[in-house]
Structures are given as C-alpha cells and as structure tokens.
Design a protein around this ligand. Structure first.
Ligand SMILES: NC(=O)c1ccc[n+]([C@@H]2O[C@H](COP(=O)([O-])OP(=O)(O)OC[C@H]3O[C@@H](n4cnc5c(N)ncnc54)[C@H](OP(=O)(O)O)[C@@H]3O)[C@@H](O)[C@H]2O)c1
Length: 205
C-alpha cells in the first residue's frame, strides 16, 4: 500500500521506517521539500519526498505534524480527504507546563481534525509511541481509536505489518483518553528517568 506521510520530522521518520520495513511504499510530503527528500533518501527506495501540495493518489494519510499544523492541513485539504483514512498522531499538550491539554474542554484533537475535514475517516493512532521507540525494532503497542471500521482495519493492518501490536480501544470518542494517557506519559519522563524512550504497554498476564 502507498501511504502519504505529512511532515518530515521525528515521527515521520519512525512511522516511515516501520512502514517501509513492513513492505509499504511511503510518500513524505513536507513544506520544506529538501527535508522531505532527505528523509525519503534515508528511508530507501520505497520512499519518495515531495512538496506539501496534495493528498491525491494516496488513500491513507498520516498527519505527522504538530496539533495546530494537523488541524490546518485537515482544513486546507478538507475537499480532497473525503473517504480517505486520515491518521491523527498528535499530542495536543501544553508544552510549557506538560500539565494539561490545549484542546477545547470535552473534545480531542482527533475529533477537531474530523470536524475540520468532515468526509475524512479519522483514526487516532501512534500518539503513545515515542519516535525513539519506533526507529528501533522494539515491539510496541499501538492504541487505535476511530469510528470507521474499514479505516480502523486499514490502520490495524499497517500496524501489524510495522511489527506493532494494535489494540483497538473503540470509537473516536476515546481519542481524548489516548491523548490524556500520553500527556501523563510525557509528564512523568523526568520522574522515571524515561529519556523519552519508554512505552505504554499492556503487559501479558
Ligand atoms: N516525537 C514523538 O516521540 C511523538 C510521539 C507521539 C506523537 N507525536 C506527535 O507527532 C507529531 C509530530 O511530532 P514530531 O516529533 O515528529 O515533530 P517534529 O520532529 O518537530 O516534526 C514536525 C514536522 O511537521 C512539520 N510542520 C510543523 N508545522 C507544520 C504546519 N503548520 N504545516 C505543515 N507542516 C508542519 C515540520 O516542518 P518544518 O521542519 O518545516 O518545521 C516537521 O516536518 C506531533 O503532533 C506530536 O505531538 C510525537
């Protein structure tokens, strides 16, 4: 499958690597085309870099951009995202305090993105996996939330191909819990000397 990843930063690298290793083709689209080309070259022959122009040609789009940027892209591309699987990986955290979310009360980033692009099949995933864990081959749990069963099935399939353990937590209404979950994971990094490389994992009994 071909996946369009928007952004050429740490998460684009981590997710891109996992998907390429899993046998998929990856398009890296970034507002700085040089960064997109550099990351694509790093990912290998199954990846191409391109400017941030359009989602045309890809049915799965991963928004590997900050919360505000992801909302902006969803708004700008609303007309072209209809019927497509849009993966929101963002953590809408107050990065000055790490003590709260910046989303409106009662609403998740994923739900805001779904509102901005009403025809898109939005799936929340990858927000609890630190980039540093994605770039190595560590097994990881991938929490997935979404309302469209086919879109969720696609993301679960990609997760399996990417050597992750997908865990379906239900509809998009649960995206806020995943965002809050990851806020706490980030908040305690110093306390547990986590080095931004820990993982939220459901241990086997
Ligand atoms: N890092 C993690 O471990 C981690 C884990 C889980 C989830 N996340 C989430 O993943 C997302 C990406 O994080 P990251 O760590 O990969 O960030 P990053 O390394 O800073 O990369 C962000 C990318 O988004 C681009 N970008 C920023 N604002 C944009 C906009 N308005 N329009 C288009 N492109 C824009 C940046 O482009 P420029 O280079 O031009 O600025 C860059 O390519 C965030 O939502 C974050 O909360 C991160």
């Amino acid at each position: 499958m071909e996946i369009l990843i928007v952004g050429a930063g740490n998460m684009a690298r981590g997710i891109g690597l996992r998907l390429v290793r899993g046998g998929h083709r990856v398009r890296i689209a970034a507002r700085n085309p040089d960064k997109a080309a550099d990351l694509a070259a790093e990912l290998g022959d199954s990846a191409v870099g391109e400017p941030l122009d359009s989602s045309a040609g890809s049915e799965v789009i991963v928004l590997a951009t900050p919360y505000d940027g992801s909302k902006e892209i969803a708004r700008l591309w609303a007309d072209q995202l209809g019927g497509k699987t849009v993966v929101d990986i963002s953590n809408p955290v107050d990065f000055t305090t790490f003590d709260g979310l910046v989303t409106p009360v009662g609403k998740s980033a994923a739900e805001e993105i779904a509102e901005a692009a009403p025809g898109a099949k939005v799936v929340k995933a990858f927000n609890t996996t630190f980039a540093s864990r994605l770039v190595n081959s560590t097994p990881l749990d991938l929490f997935v939330a979404g309302d469209d069963p086919d879109a969720k099935k696609t993301v679960v399939g990609l997760g399996l191909d990417a050597d992750l353990r997908p865990i379906d937590v239900g509809g998009l209404k649960h995206a806020g819990a995943l965002e809050a979950f990851q806020l706490l994971h980030m908040k305690v990094q110093d306390q547990i000397n986590g080095g931004w490389s820990t993982a939220i994992t459901l241990a086997e009994a």
